[in-house]
Design a protein around this ligand. Structure first.
Ligand SMILES: Cc1cc2nc3c(=O)[nH]c(=O)nc-3n(C[C@H](O)[C@H](O)[C@H](O)COP(=O)(O)O)c2cc1C
Length: 435
């Protein structure tokens, strides 16, 4: 559980713990403390295997990327060209920018060694000798924690030349981010590490072919990396069984908004969303009825109260018309103005657009202005259709998925809460108490 959950009595951890080892207020920052808990056994195991066998194990485990898109990690590693003589890089995405998401911060702040074990295992598997961890710039304390953990690993021979006497060498560098959400998009992140403005690249070529400094590169999220030692420790079959078919492992769910116990909850991939909200997070404040739930971070389509009986895994959420995303669940109860919620989200995306693609640069500003005029009583008949049309023209028409991220909340909020939007327009004011 996260520090946020300290506010009231913590519930019994639902399963594990596999990933969230620290209880509220605890941290494991000394290598010796990690080693006494069996740390680095998975690394020793991996380094004794053939690198391709490590990749195969991760493939068999069906570990899907935890950064948002859910791409299978082992499959991605397998995309690296076999015949390219250039160096390869592993880049860890620790930008954690999606509003509502605060899971990677747990590892960066309180438990960095599982992440670093994952970095060593993954780098070995893809035959990289250099890895970068791109940490969002606002995470000043977390950057220090990870740098200190890396120093300890160098001192004890887990990093550097000839790791643990195996002949394998690995250097790991922390690269602080520069405060832009778009730098969490993997190709913008690479640009940022190269010292350029964080603007997404056109694909193809994909980073596995032409990535950092023009070399083959694998980019994975922090939580994805922290899952890798679990795969090695328990084996692919056991890891797969922790989740659902095709989508293995435990998952960290970030719950915030109008719930009694906001915080991080670890449970099997595919845990029912109602269980996460009502059992783990203790239900809603004052037991008020739910109006809506953003299930996987601010870009994921909102669900209404009657749509919550769904398994939180990548395929089930897609089938429900939304996305698991980064599993950042934001709950809002009746009495909340959905137009105000959407305005907050739309403002964020308009602010964070890098301006490279016209539909995103112009469109996100349009969306924000129209939602703002509706919320402030200046909406016009036809604005709902205007919003849907503008969002539809952004979606799929930009270099990176920031455009989709801006469009999807607009489409889902306007569709699912249309009566409320129309009421704002008809009455020329926000009908809710806060307005
Ligand atoms: C606008 C935008 C922002 C993103 N921000 C993040 C982020 O903060 N952290 C992250 O891990 N992935 C983020 N992603 C997803 C990455 O592009 C990429 O898919 C991910 O890092 C791959 O790691 P994974 O396969 O382990 O999930 C973002 C994507 C977009 C389009």
């Amino acid at each position: 559980m996260s520090e946020n959950a300290d506010r009231s009595a913590p519930p019994t951890p639902p399963t594990g713990p596999f990933l969230l080892r620290c209880r509220p207020g605890e941290a494991i920052l000394r290598l010796d403390d990690h080693l006494t808990r069996g740390g680095f056994e998975p690394v020793r195991k991996a380094l004794a295997m053939d690198p391709d066998a490590v990749t195969d194990e991760v493939k068999r485990a069906s570990l899907r990327g935890r950064g948002g898109a859910g791409f299978p990690a082992g499959v991605k590693w397998g995309f690296l060209p076999k015949d390219n003589p250039k160096p390869r890089y592993l880049v860890v995405n620790a930008d954690e920018g999606e509003p509502g998401t605060f899971k990677d911060r747990y590892f960066l702040e309180r438990d960095p060694f599982p992440l670093l074990e994952g970095v060593i295992i993954a780098s070995y598997a893809i035959r990289a000798n250099v890895s970068y961890i791109y940490i969002r710039g606002e995470f000043v304390k977390q950057i220090r924690v990870v740098e200190d953990a890396i120093r300890q690993l160098y001192d004890r021979g887990f990093l550097g030349r000839n790791v643990l006497g195996t002949g394998y060498s690995l250097d790991v560098y922390v690269h602080p981010g520069a405060g832009a959400y778009v730098c969490g998009e993997e190709s913008a992140l690479l640009e940022s590490i190269e010292g350029k403005p964080g603007r997404p690249r056109n694909r193809p070529p994909f980073p596995a072919q032409v990535g950092l400094f023009g070399c083959p590169t694998i980019i994975n999220n922090v939580e994805t990396m922290a899952c890798v030692p679990l795969v090695l420790r328990h084996g692919a079959d056991a890891f797969l069984k922790m989740g659902v078919p095709g989508d293995g492992g435990p998952k960290i769910y970030c719950v915030s908004g109008h719930v009694k116990r906001p915080g991080l909850y670890e449970a099997p991939m595919g845990t029912n969303l109602k269980r996460i909200i009502f059992e783990f997070a203790g239900g809603t404040l004052d037991d008020r009825p739910i109006l809506g739930v953003i299930p996987g971070g601010s870009s994921t389509p909102v669900l209404t109260a009657d749509e919550l009986d769904v398994a939180m895994d990548f395929n089930s959420m897609r089938a429900k018309g939304s996305m698991l995303g980064s599993a950042a669940t934001v709950v809002f109860t009746e009495g909340t103005c959905p137009v105000a919620v959407l305005l907050r989200i739309s403002r964020f995306y308009a602010h964070e657009s890098c301006g490279q693609c016209t539909p995103c640069r112009e469109g996100t500003g349009w969306l924000e202005r129209v939602v703002e005029s509706i919320e402030h009583g200046n909406g016009r008949p036809g604005d709902c259709d205007l919003l849907l049309s503008a969002a539809g023209q952004i979606q799929g028409n930009t270099i990176c998925a920031l455009g989709d991220a801006a469009a999807m909340p607009v489409q889902s909020f306007v569709t699912k809460f249309r009566a409320d939007f129309e009421r704002h327009i008809a009455e020329g004011r926000c009908p809710h108490a806060h307005g």
